[in-house]
Ligand binder design. Structure first.
Ligand SMILES: C[S@@+](CC[C@H](N)C(=O)[O-])C[C@H]1O[C@@H](n2cnc3c(N)ncnc32)[C@H](O)[C@@H]1O
Length: 177
């Protein structure tokens, strides 16, 4: 069986989050660059989450996993916009609890799950769409697991390149022929 990978790169301008904003809620105040296990927390704007999900062509029946799910914006937007099941895996317990409250506020808690765990330990093989905002080093470390995922899995990653104003989204589609 030959593994064929389709690689597309999209440049998205003006979707970087504002560094000065306060995040979180009344129970947990979150700041830009909050420490994370292998990479810090940096917010994703809702528009960027939508862009990633659109790039992945999310459709009914998909299961969306976000690795290092932060405040839960990507799984929550997937559930809200596409009514699909979604799962976030996050190491920071406070962020997991915040994500659960955010899902409740967004009225999608029935189809969104947040797991407290390490992305290098937790199983995400059920995903049909995988979203990543982790940076190149972690993407690279995850690659052996990603390449074992089911054929047809769409993997979308935001990669912050060296130009401040630009976020690039990289789409890797796993296909077998
Ligand atoms: C750049 S933020 C992205 C947050 C979210 N995906 C988003 O787009 O808004 C990276 C997240 O990964 C989490 N993280 C770092 N290392 C992790 C690990 N080994 N396992 C689980 N989560 C991790 C951090 O706590 C942080 O919330």
């Amino acid at each position: 069986m030959i593994l064929r990978k389709t690689l597309l790169i999209f440049s998205l301008f003006g979707l970087t989050a504002c560094a000065t904003k306060n995040y979180g809620d009344d129970k947990f105040h979150l700041q830009m660059a909050t420490h994370g296990k292998d990479v810090m927390w940096v917010p994703t704007k809702v528009e960027m989450a939508h862009e990633m999900l659109a790039v992945a062509k999310v459709k009914p029946g998909d299961i969306v996993y976000d690795l290092g799910s932060g405040d839960g914006v990507i799984p929550i937007e997937a559930a809200k916009k596409y009514k699909v099941r979604s799962v976030g895996i996050e190491y920071n317990k406070d962020l997991v609890e915040l994500s659960k409250r955010n899902a409740d506020r967004a009225r999608v808690k029935d189809i969104v799950e947040f797991r407290h765990g390490d992305i290098f330990v937790e199983d995400f093989s059920q995903a049909t769409v995988l979203t990543l905002y982790l940076g190149d080093n972690l993407n690279f470390k995850l690659m052996p697991k990603i390449l074992k995922m089911k054929p047809g899995t769409r993997v979308v990653s935001i990669t912050l390149l060296h130009r401040k104003e630009t976020l690039d989204t990289l789409l890797l589609i796993l296909e077998f022929s």
